[in-house]
Design a protein around this ligand. Structure first.
Ligand SMILES: NC(=O)c1ccc[n+]([C@@H]2O[C@H](COP(=O)([O-])OP(=O)(O)OC[C@H]3O[C@@H](n4cnc5c(N)ncnc54)[C@H](OP(=O)(O)O)[C@@H]3O)[C@@H](O)[C@H]2O)c1
Length: 337
């Protein structure tokens, strides 16, 4: 099979298209013919060696894949050849609290990922593709959508009337916007670009702030709530935004710590967390049970993932460069095969 591998070190220039033997499914395994894979910021960090510099190579990158079951091994009962499926980010997290096994069995590192013609997965590591979605749309769900779902629903308890602040217009953030809308929440969304804010408005963002021209976006967000503060922040910015997120949220509110786009280290203002009685929760994508609940809700409400651009398999490096440029709005997808 054709597969992109990070070989001989990290960097986009080390992402090479090669050949691997077609995998044969063993007991309880399924072989998926990949038709689409989407890019997460994590995948870019993985290729560049910023996610885990000690990651064993070669590695097939990409957490997110959708495709068709092509062959099954002995004992498989849950899917059959011809079924459309998506691959779950964690191959070992059915429900509940994360375990070491859940953290260590993730696609696109440490396990081989979806930027290849085939994937070999346990039957519990795939999920039926919601029928209303194309494979290109479905390939956006496993990491970005489930992360937003875990933040706002599984671990978030967001309810109608709450105010949710969403940072940026990348994959996780636009799913957070769509899920918050689904829950009946009011959404304040930030972006560095006015044209993206306009597009977010069309998607239902009630209020919008340009964080490039309004560096005090935390104050602006508070002002929009009559200075009360928002109920929940979907925090993807990391070190450069965390403190402001703490200032944007109301006493007793929640900050879901998801991303590190502007860095992963920095001082933590403990006093404001305790004085404001804040809940700061880490989010690590999510479990199969969460995915199931999300798929039901998305299907019921026909939620359509926002796909920015679909690249051809031969253009994988260009797709990563596009993600890296920050020009995208929503998800960047690569068609496979
Ligand atoms: N914890 C988890 O389970 C989990 C899961 C998925 C992703 N993540 C992390 O979440 C982050 C986002 O991932 P993604 O895949 O959605 O990325 P993405 O699609 O590449 O989104 C990036 C977007 O974020 C916005 N952004 C960049 N820097 C920002 C800043 N300093 N403040 C506010 N917004 C900023 C920009 O939006 P504008 O262009 O509109 O300004 C940018 O286009 C990454 O750090 C990723 O590693 C974590």
């Amino acid at each position: 099979m054709k597969a992109y591998e990070i070989r001989d070190g990290f960097g986009l220039d080390k992402l090479v298209l090669g050949e691997r033997p077609d995998p044969t499914p063993g007991p309880f395994q399924v072989r998926v013919r990949v038709t689409a894979t989407s890019l997460n910021y994590r995948d870019l960090m993985m290729v560049e060696g910023r996610y885990n510099p000690r990651q064993k190579l070669p590695l097939i990158p990409n957490s997110d894949g959708a495709g068709v079951v092509d062959a099954v091994g002995p004992g498989v009962t849950k899917v059959k050849p011809g079924d459309r499926v998506v691959a779950l980010f964690s191959q070992a997290w059915p429900a509940g609290e994360p375990t070491r096994a859940a953290q260590m069995n993730t696609l696109g590192g440490p396990l081989d990922g979806a930027l290849a013609e085939f994937m070999l997965l346990h039957e519990d590591g795939v999920f039926p593709t919601p029928a209303y979605l194309s494979d290109e749309e479905a390939a956006t769900l496993p990491c970005a959508a489930l992360t937003a779902w875990s933040a706002l629903v599984t671990q978030g308890g967001v309810k109608a009337g709450d105010v949710v602040l969403v940072q940026g217009t990348g994959g996780v953030s636009l799913f957070a916007l769509q899920i918050a809308r689904l829950l009946g929440a009011r959404v304040i969304l930030t972006s560095s670009r006015d044209d993206k804010l306009e597009r977010a408005k069309a998607l239902g963002a009630h209020e919008r702030i340009n964080y490039a021209t309004t560096p005090d976006w935390d104050k602006a967000a508070r002002a929009l709530t009559g200075n009360a503060g928002v109920d929940h922040v979907v925090e993807v910015g990391g070190a450069g935004t965390f403190e402001k997120s703490l200032r944007a949220v109301r006493p007793g509110g929640t900050v879901s710590v998801i991303g590190v786009l502007s860095g992963g280290a920095g001082a933590v203002p403990l006093t404001s967390i305790l004085m404001q009685n804040l809940r700061v929760q880490g989010i690590f994508v999510g479990h199969r049970q969460g995915f199931e609940a999300m798929a039901r809700a998305f299907t019921l409400h026909a939620v359509r993932p926002v796909v920015d651009h679909v690249f051809a398999f031969s253009e994988a490096v260009r797709a990563f460069e596009h993600l890296k440029s920050g020009a995208h709005f929503g998800k960047v997808v690569i068609r496979v095969g």
